[in-house]
Ligand binder design. Structure first.
Ligand code: FE2
Ligand code: FE2
Length: 254
C-alpha cells in the first residue's frame, strides 16, 4: 500500500505533494475525447501491405499494453487510501482506456484489424495477476512499462510516416509523460515499503514480464528471438539503470 508520510515545509515530501497537485491539474486540463481531441480530417497516408501488417501488430501490442495498464491502475486503487494518488490513478485508467480506443479507431481508419501478437495478452496479464506487493507493481507499470511504451510510441511515430498517426501520438504521449512523471514521484515512497527480498523479487518479476512480452512480440520464433535478444537486453540495461537510480536495484548487486 502506498502511504502518506510526515510533511515539513521544505521536505521532499512537501515537494512531492506540490508536484502531485500539479499532475492532477495537468490531468484535469489535459483530458480529451476521441471524437474531437484528434483532427480526424487529417488523411492517413495509405500504408502498403507490409506496413499494414507491421502497424496492425505494433498497435495491437500497444492496445493490449494499454488495457493491461488500465487494469493494473484499478488494482492499485484498491490498496491506496491517499486521495491525491487515487485521483492520479483514476485519471490514468481513463487515459489508458482512451489510448486503446484511439489506436483501435486509427486501425479502423486505415482498414487494418489489430493483430495482437500470440501470447502478448497472456504476457501482460502477469501485471493484472501481480502476486507481489502493490509497491512493486508501481515499478513494473509506472517506471518500466510506461517509459518503454513512451519510447515505442516515439519510434513508431517516426517509422509510420502518417500525419494522422503522428497527430494521435502527440496527444497520447502527452498523457504518457504524465504517467511516467507520476512513477518518478511515487517511486521513493514505494521503494521504502519494500524489503530487500521484495525488491529482488520485484526486479525478477518485471524481467519475466519483459521477456514474455518480447517473446510474444516475435511470436515465440527462436530465430527472431535471437535476432532481437541483443536489442532487448540493451533496452533492459537502460531500464535496470533507472531502477538502480530509484533504489529498487542495489548498485553493488546490479
Ligand atoms: Fe497509455
Ligand atoms: Fe500510460
Amino acid at each position: 500500500m502506498l502511504q502518506a508520510q510526515i510533511v515539513t515545509p521544505h521536505s521532499p515530501q512537501n515537494f512531492r505533494e506540490t508536484q502531485i497537485a500539479a499532475l492532477i491539474n495537468n490531468a484535469e486540463n489535459g483530458q480529451w475525447r476521441i471524437e474531437d481531441g484528434i483532427d480526424w480530417s487529417i488523411h492517413p497516408s495509405p500504408p502498403n501491405f507490409l506496413t499494414q501488417r507491421f502497424i496492425g501488430r505494433a498497435l495491437g501490442a500497444l492496445m493490449a499494453g494499454e488495457e493491461a495498464t488500465a487494469a493494473a491502475c484499478t488494482m492499485l486503487l484498491a490498496g491506496i487510501p491517499d486521495a491525491d494518488l487515487r485521483i492520479c490513478l483514476e485519471f490514468q485508467a481513463m487515459d489508458e482506456d482512451r489510448h486503446a480506443e484511439v489506436y483501435r479507431s486509427y486501425l479502423e481508419r486505415v482498414g487494418m484489424p489489430p493483430l495482437i501478437p500470440d501470447g502478448f495478452r497472456e504476457a501482460t496479464k502477469q501485471l493484472v495477476n501481480w502476486k507481489g506487493p502493490p509497491a512493486g507493481l508501481v515499478f513494473a507499470v509506472h517506471v518500466v512499462l510506461e517509459s518503454e511504451a513512451l519510447t515505442l510510441q516515439h519510434e513508431l511515430s517516426d517509422d509510420i510516416r502518417c500525419p494522422l498517426f503522428q497527430a494521435i501520438n502527440r496527444r497520447v504521449t502527452q498523457d504518457e509523460a504524465r504517467h511516467v512523471a507520476f512513477g518518478q514521484l511515487v517511486s521513493a515512497s514505494a521503494n521504502a515499503q519494500l524489503t530487500a527480498q521484495e525488491r529482488q523479487e520485484t526486479v525478477a518479476a518485471i524481467k519475466d514480464i519483459w521477456d514474455a512480452c518480447i517473446k510474444a512480440l516475435v511470436n515465440d520464433n527462436a530465430v527472431l528471438w535471437r535476432a532481437v535478444k541483443g536489442f532487448s537486453e540493451r533496452r533492459w540495461a537502460l531500464q535496470a539503470k533507472s531502477l538502480e537510480k530509484l533504489g529498487l536495484i542495489n548498485s553493488v548487486a546490479a
